[in-house]
Ligand binder design. Structure first.
Ligand code: FES
Length: 112
């Protein structure tokens, strides 16, 4: 089991390489690795604190964001074209090598 390598770039620009398995949730993997992903709404698409910026070469390999996710990303601090909510990304074999950046700041949309 295991065998997927996921790289998170932390807010200081340092790469953190994690082992994950198909079916793992990207937010949970990042949290387990100690990255500052709050994920305060626990995947309910209500907070945007799990926002990550996906490396451009990986963005198209992900299943598309739902409309709710797109709406929530509008609240995310420093959102870019390749931003996603990590709680909405479940890992598959095809995502072995995925690289995402964790932004320095996040907004909790529920507190805005
Ligand atoms: Fe709140 Fe992802 S954990 S939107």
């Amino acid at each position: 089991m295991g065998g997927l390598k996921i790289t998170f770039i932390d807010p200081r620009g340092n790469p953190v390489v994690c082992e994950a398995e198909a079916g793992d949730n990207l937010l949970k993997v990042g949290q387990a690795a100690g990255l500052p992903l709050e994920g305060t709404c626990e995947g309910q698409m209500a907070c945007s604190t799990c926002h990550v910026v996906v490396a451009a070469e990986w963005f198209d390999k992900l299943t598309e964001a739902s409309e709710e996710e797109e709406d929530m990303l509008d609240f995310a601090a420093g959102a870019r074209r390749t931003s996603r909510l990590s709680c909405q990304i479940d890992l598959t074999r095809e995502l072995d090598g995925l690289t995402v950046s964790v932004p320095a700041t996040s907004n909790d949309a529920r507190k805005m």
